[in-house]
Design a protein around this ligand. Structure first.
Ligand SMILES: C=C(CC[C@@H](C)[C@H]1CC[C@H]2C3=CC[C@H]4[C@H](C)[C@@H](O)CC[C@]4(C)[C@H]3CC[C@]12C)C(C)C
Ligand SMILES: C[S@@+](CC[C@H](N)C(=O)[O-])C[C@H]1O[C@@H](n2cnc3c(N)ncnc32)[C@H](O)[C@@H]1O
Length: 365
């Protein structure tokens, strides 16, 4: 009898260890990050909590009192120092949403959403394509593998550049994928140097969409295509509805956004810059499956993650401040979910543009 109990105890302990590594630590091969490796980008351990406080006091201000927006890129950089590892660990290497597809994994649904962008700009071997706001390069690698185009990504966050380059090497795609650190409001690229461009859930960080679209227009060759997945409020948003306003403010605060734009501003801005608008569509609309279920269905997982980051902080494995950042993301997930459920917000307002083939670089500057 005692032997049987001992065997069961060993069996239970082994099962707990397997559970810990597979579920709690996450599948690092797929996501690229384990909980025990949570750093906070290029912020030194002792500064994490202060940086979080600075971020929070900057982005929780109401837009109306925010004033000068020149500091936004610096705070967006701080934001990505704070969240990049948590995103990779808890979500994966693609920092965006995608419509859910019945019987398909999140991973496959994500890849299909990325390949759609590649197909819209007709990415193909030999083309020089720009990824505006590339994160750690999940979309870049999927698009490069799908199209064999040469992709250059730009991100404001130095830590993401290192992560993206390491992932590119590991995936064997570093000969066709590269990443540079820079501000997409003033890019370190020559005029008319790219054949196509895309941005996935990144230009929402620009205080003025005109400024980033103007830069993209400048670096594209005449006739080049550009596609963007924009975060916007939909026609269902009502500025006089208190719940709507709270949801949108919550999304802005927890995602480093200087102010969400309305769906009807996007094409107008693209045209103002000189682009021809070929197509515009909310990719979240039915028959697309809801993008927010991945966030919602993970509630139990969030609590598990919360306990894990708390334990790692207590053991001084993770720096102080990680729990605050995780808490902020948990709250944000709630606002994003409500934004999806009410239909007032979409993270995939797609706009496909072309720089006119008649555009001359000198005349446009
Ligand atoms: C495009 C942007 C980012 C979109 C998403 C990739 C992220 C938005 C909210 C993030 C998350 C919320 C909850 C976290 C959870 C509490 C934690 O345990 C594990 C990670 C989360 C799921 C995290 C993952 C990434 C998001 C879904 C913005 C910034 C423009
Ligand atoms: C939500 S992430 C999306 C990343 C990537 N497109 C993806 O889907 O995985 C937004 C990205 O935009 C970048 N970004 C935000 N503001 C920027 C700026 N001013 N200049 C360059 N990159 C910026 C961030 O550093 C981050 O990499």
């Amino acid at each position: 009898m005692e032997t049987t109990t001992a065997v069961w105890a060993v069996f239970a302990a082994a099962a707990a260890v397997i559970y810990w590594f597979v579920w709690v630590m996450g599948a690092a091969e797929v996501k690229g990050k384990r909980a025990v490796d949570l750093k906070m980008g290029s912020i030194t351990r002792d500064k994490v909590q202060d940086k979080y406080k600075q971020y929070w006091s900057f982005f929780r201000r109401p837009k109306e009192t925010a004033g000068d927006s020149t500091n936004v890129p610096a705070f967006v950089d701080t934001f990505y120092n704070l969240v990049t590892d948590i995103y990779e660990w808890g979500w994966g290497q693609s920092f965006h949403f995608s419509p859910s597809i019945p019987n398909l994994s999140h991973r496959d649904a994500t890849r299909i959403h990325e390949e759609r962008a590649a197909d819209l700009i007709n990415a193909r071997p030999g083309l020089k394509v720009l990824d505006v706001g590339c994160g750690v390069g999940g979309p870049m690698r999927a698009i490069a593998a799908h199209s064999r185009a040469n992709i250059t990504g730009i991100t404001i966050n130095e830590y993401q550049v290192a992560r993206a380059r390491a992932h590119n090497r590991k995936a064997g795609l570093d000969s066709i994928c590269d990443v540079v650190c820079g501000n997409f409001l003033s890019m370190p690229f020559a005029d008319a140097s790219f054949d196509a461009a895309y941005s996935i859930e990144a230009t929402c960080h620009a205080p003025k969409l005109q400024d980033v679209y103007r830069e993209i227009y400048r670096v594209l060759k005449p006739g080049a295509l550009y596609v963007s997945y924009e975060w916007v409020t939909t026609p269902l948003f009502r500025a006089d509805n208190q719940e709507h306003v709270e949801i949108i403010n919550g999304i802005e605060r927890g995602d480093a956004l200087p102010g969400l734009r309305s769906h009807d501003e996007i094409a107008a801005i693209a045209k103002e810059i000189g682009f021809e608008v070929l197509e515009e569509k909310d990719l979240a609309k039915p028959p697309a499956g809801p993008w927010w279920t991945r966030l919602k269905m993970g509630k139990i997982a969030y609590w598990r993650n919360h306990l894990l980051v708390s334990a790692l902080t207590m053991l001084r494995i993770a720096p102080k401040g990680v729990v605050d950042v995780h808490e902020m993301l948990y709250e944000t997930a709630g606002h994003l979910t409500r934004g999806g459920e009410t239909g007032i917000f979409t993270p995939m307002h797609m706009i496909l543009c072309r720089k006119p083939s008649t555009a001359t670089v000198a005349a446009d500057e």
